[in-house]
Unconditional design. Structure first.
Length: 107
């Protein structure tokens, strides 16, 4: 079964969930602002990395166990979001993140 990391990075907080393709939640974490416009790249990428590590740990997984990453980052329409890829690679996640508009995370 495929495992996916999904991140909702907002101006006030970041949420990360690790799920199996069947929909079962394996790990969940929250952290600080993941919006690079309001928080800056350093803080935003640190929040995404921190919540991802925490959710992976809760799930009992490593980055190598992840098949896909979806990022829904506030401000993604106004900035280049590739700055999140390197911190995720550093966690051992080989799959490049797919970026989706932040409105999708609200659903």
């Amino acid at each position: 079964m495929a495992r996916v990391v999904a991140v909702d990075g907002g101006g006030t907080s970041t949420r990360c969930v690790v799920v199996e393709s069947g929909g079962r939640c394996l790990g969940l974490a929250t952290g600080g602002s993941g919006n690079p416009v309001s928080a800056g790249w350093s803080s935003a990428s640190a929040a995404v990395a921190h919540t991802t590590v925490t959710a992976l740990t809760q799930a009992g997984l490593t980055g190598a166990d992840i098949d896909a990453v979806v990022l829904s980052i506030a401000g993604a329409g106004t900035v280049e979001t590739d700055g999140f890829a390197e911190p995720l690679r550093a966690l051992g996640i080989a799959s490049p993140p797919v970026h989706k508009p932040d409105i999708l995370a609200s659903y």
